[in-house]
Design a protein. Sequence first.
Length: 323
Amino acid sequence: MTRSLPFVQPLAHGIHAIDTGFHRENFDAAYLMIEEGHAAFIDTGTNYSVPRLLEALQAAGLAREAVDYVIPTHVHLDHAGGAGLLMKELPRATLVVHPLGARHLIDPRFLVRSATGVYGADEMARSYGAIVGVDAERVQRSFDGMVLQLGGRPLTLLDTPGHARHHHCIWDERSRGFFTGDTFGLSYREFDNANGPWLMPTTTPVQFEPDALRASVRRMLGYEPESLYLTHYGRVGDVARLGTLFLEQLDEMVALALSLSATLSGTPERHAALMRGFEAIHLRSLRAHGCTFTGERVHELLALDLELNAQGIEVWLKRRTTR
């Protein structure tokens, strides 16, 4: 970058992590990739993140016309809520989105209704603002194995269901890294220690499917990536270890959910039991990782994720009983 910004972390290979400012510091990232004077944004954050993304582009010495692609990994609002507003500022950019998510970014009314059902109207207004649609002629639907060229640099898009059916991940051969959205979970920097980063699954509403998620993660591990570029949060290495950590916790979470499905089906007690059980799973994993935080500090950092993960698992359990 031609000048530094406090919310932008330059990484190797022309990749810059931008803290979108959503929720708290080091919680939600978008990525700016630059190659031979061409640029792409991967994930966008919310409407309130757009000024930061544009400032990062300017700080890199690039005009808005240099952006070829905006690529949300999926259409959840912490990843794509700012896509429409951002596209209005980037005259040459194409929005590349999973085919199951495209209609929701062209006409976001259903997406807004769905998110409002999860977060409530007040939180929607406070955290996300008024969601703007993208002109249909500027939208390109991805497909599994699709290759985009960014200044001659190939970016391969893989269909990666499990967290959501409208999720793709981006493989960058140059950095041997995946831009993972939420498919490969989340890893907050507060949990880093001498043993490296720690990671956990995210099963937020409403399309969690554990079998598909396992398959997506195992497929990504088959590329032997050196890096994961997580939306929550930032670049991590040591991918093989993190993959094992992810799958172990996922299996424990699913087993707990299934054990509770029969005894507490459809009751408020089940939701509370899921949250307590997930917290215990993650706390055991953190203790094995060498984390010395108090239980209260762990709860503080994971409270939002515990709530959303329990909601997502409950939706999955209800789907299983109505098939």
